[in-house]
Design a protein around this ligand. Sequence first.
Ligand SMILES: [Zn+2]
Length: 206
Amino acid sequence: MPNSDPVTAWKALKEGNERFVAGKPEHPSQSIEHRARLAATQKPIAVVFGCADSRVAAEIIFDQGLGDMFVVRTAGHVTDSAVLGSVEYAVTVLNVPLVVVLGHDSCGAIQVTLTALDDGVVPGGYVRDVVERVTPSILSGRREGLTRVDEFETRHVTETATQLIARSTAIAERVTAGTLAIVGVTYQLADGRVTLRGYLGDIGEG
Ligand SMILES: [Zn+2]
């Protein structure tokens, strides 16, 4: 039994975000009974691969609960082999039909990378790793003539989605087969709204 399909999964997340924006969350899938039922198995409807920013809490902004979403978060939603492995696990073992790449406004990772490129000074430690993994999106955006921070934030979301498909055969095959869709969204901190920035596969839009 599939957990869901890309169209139904995207509709559920979109409606959850609308409830959150309106201040009318239902806090689904959080009862004691539901928690106990889930102990044996999980069938999440979506992977959310988002920025680790404390203000972009995935289950809260999509008004979902336990077992609903498989969440992977890193600063600036930067991708490495562990991220790809985590997403592949959700897609191939748990049969999740939707991957959502979640960026946001006022993203520290984007800002740090822009500053590093402008000043020519890369941060030390492992923050450097984050900057290096955001940099290709910024360079692509600059070649395309982007200048505003929000434009780079959106560009990094679509680039991240593209990279998931380019680097993971398992993900690409399922998108081609129509059993998986990838959606890129940005989240606005102040009003809580998620905006669709691009997608691959059929999610019932347009
Ligand atoms: Zn961020």
